[in-house]
Design a protein around this ligand. Structure first.
Ligand code: PMV
Length: 342
């Protein structure tokens, strides 16, 4: 019996991944930062079983101590995709005990942190017990990608790129950390306004597939490529106003792609627009570096630096908190990435 436990945080994309080819190859590069508090904690126990070496692994999945057989198909599909890399998984019984620090449907990607945590557990057991070699972060990232595209970015801390960009950096197969980041971006907050916690009307999987015959797809993929290179230059120079301009354009473009898909769909809610107006008004009157981004959902991510923290807490939150379900705001910030728990 072998066991390990990893904690992996979720991430928030500034340049968005939306549209993919077979085997989870992104149509354009993306760039995110990894969070701290919003994470998945996963314990993996591998048990010898009576099935043969050629069989798929069998699973027992517990979420917060409760058995969740409904999680099995997605995890099994993920394991099947990485069996070539980790052939020792064949014929084993895997007990997965997992939990998140954030609520389901909160606008924080639980698939990103969940798949990153599981991929780190598997790479750790591989390195420690099955081959006796150092932990390979890029392999953990590559596996996580096969579970959920954006999960590959959660294997690293700080700002992280996934997808090959025209400056010759990055890979479509795994994520890589962005090396040069100006001190202006070393502490960066993400306050998530929970405006709607309901189930999304269209899943990310369907959204990605609707980019296949999308009239604006080729332009969007070109823009995503350009914005990845532009964002790295911004991160290097520390230019906050250009950061916000690019981030908000990416968020609104993502939702514009949804609205112009066939069939079209809208994931923003009236409260999302109301909160955006409040943020824009606040920025105009205070001139503080505060902006927003959106994932594939209605909840708004308020992004700002340490310079704006006091003003956000004291002046902006009272103006937007009433829009949130049960006044819920999840307060997070950039973090160092996954780690092995004791
Ligand atoms: O990793 P997926 O398939 O859940 O897609 C994530 C897509 C966005 O969150 C909208 C953007 C991104 O790059 O994270």
């Amino acid at each position: 019996m072998y066991t390990t436990r990893w904690i992996a945080p979720s991430n928030i994309a500034i340049v968005k991944y939306w549209g993919k080819f077979d085997h989870q190859i992104p149509a354009n590069p993306s760039l995110s930062f990894t969070l701290t508090h919003s994470h998945t904690d996963t314990k993996l126990t591998v048990i010898e079983s009576k099935t043969t070496q050629n069989d798929d692994p069998t699973l027992e999945v517990f979420y917060d101590g409760i058995s969740k057989p409904e999680f099995q198909p997605k995890i099994l599909k993920f394991l099947q995709a990485i069996l070539n890399e980790y052939p020792w998984l064949k014929g084993k019984l895997l007990k997965i005990e997992t939990k998140n620090t954030f609520p389901h449907s909160s606008g924080i990607a639980s698939s990103a942190s969940g798949m990153a945590a599981l991929a780190c557990c598997i790479e750790d057991l591989h390195a420690t017990y099955f081959v006796g070699q150092p932990f390979r972060w890029h392999k953990a990232s590559e596996s996580a990608r096969l579970g959920s595209g954006s999960a590959c970015r959660s294997v690293y801390g700080g700002f992280v790129q996934w997808g090959h960009s025209s400056d010759g950096e990055g890979s479509d197969f795994f994520a890589t950390p962005v090396q040069e980041v100006h001190p202006n971006f070393k502490t960066i907050y993400d306050y998530i306004l929970i405006l709607d916690s309901g189930e999304k009307s269209v899943s990310s999987t369907v959204g990605h597939s609707l980019m296949k015959n999308h009239p604006y797809a080729s332009h969007r993929f070109k823009q995503g490529k350009e914005n990845t290179v532009k964002l790295k230059a911004i991160l290097k120079t520390g230019d906050w106003s250009r950061f916000i301009e690019l981030m908000e354009s990416e968020a609104l473009t993502l939702h514009a792609m949804m609205m112009t898909s066939t069939p079209p769909f809208i994931l923003m809610k009236p409260k999302t627009l109301e909160a955006i107006q409040k943020i824009w008004q606040f920025r105009q009157t205070t001139n503080l570096p505060i902006g927003f981004t959106l994932d594939a959902g209605a909840n708004l991510h308020l992004i700002f630096t340490a310079d704006a923290l006091e003003a956000v807490e004291q002046k902006l939150l009272p103006e937007v908190q009433y829009l949130c379900e049960q006044n819920t705001i999840i307060k997070d910030l950039i973090g160092r990435g996954p780690f092995k728990a004791d």
